[in-house]
Design a protein around this ligand. Structure first.
Ligand SMILES: [Ca+2]
Ligand SMILES: [Ca+2]
Length: 207
């Protein structure tokens, strides 16, 4: 399956050539979203923040067209009877994102206990179900930058710049113009002293 199901094949096929053709066709299509994403470890799950700009002509919406942000974690090692690389995946249904609009979304990977974090990678992607289609289609996918919790400017350290960025959104909550999931470090839909403390607790740490 390629592009969330936009192209698929089943049964015994010449995998290299069939799937290479599908991947090449996918890469030739213009991206319908722009994504910047980073993730950090919170216990065993990884939590990812994706800034998504909708380049498609449709409003992306979980209720209207099943639009969602996905985080797929994989490791540089094969495990289990299927020899698979994939570990866990999580998704977050997008509330609503108009054409040309940008939003920041938070999505977790699920429990990654037993994973070697030094070999972990996360792909963040956005897909949706086009009108009249049974299959999903992908708008864009990126490799997320893995960093430490509290590094809200994603430069691999937690310093005064990160604290200042969280503090500049102090007192806001979901729905406010200045609220952003990126600075809501405990994910409880507001930015208060707890979020500042999460960043302060990681002060001085670096990747
Ligand atoms: Ca930083
Ligand atoms: Ca919070």
């Amino acid at each position: 399956m390629v592009d969330s199901g936009n192209q698929r094949n089943e049964g015994s096929v010449d995998c290299y050539h069939v799937y290479k053709r599908m991947v090449d066709a996918s890469l030739a299509r213009p991206a319908q979203a722009e994504i910047q994403a980073y993730c950090w470890r919170t216990g065993n799950p990884a939590v990812c923040y994706a800034q998504v700009t909708n380049l498609s002509p449709l409003t992306l919406s979980g209720s209207a067209n099943s639009a969602a942000v996905h985080a797929i974690a994989y490791e540089d090692a094969r495990v289990g009877v299927t020899d698979r690389f994939g570990r866990r995946a999580g998704m977050y249904e997008m509330p609503s994102l108009a054409p040309g609009a940008t939003g920041v979304f938070r999505v977790g990977t699920g429990n990654l206990s037993g994973t070697n974090w030094d070999g972990l990678h996360v792909v963040v992607l956005v897909d949706y179900r086009p009108p009249g289609s049974l299959a999903f289609d992908m708008l864009q996918a990126v490799s997320a930058f893995l960093t430490i919790r509290g590094d809200v400017d994603a430069d691999c350290d937690v310093d005064i710049a990160d604290i200042m960025q969280v503090a500049s959104h102090w007192g806001t909550r979901s729905g406010d113009a200045n609220y952003s999931r990126q600075y809501d470090l405990d994910g409880d839909w507001d930015i208060d002293v707890v979020d500042i403390m999460y960043a302060a607790a990681m002060w001085g740490q670096s990747c």
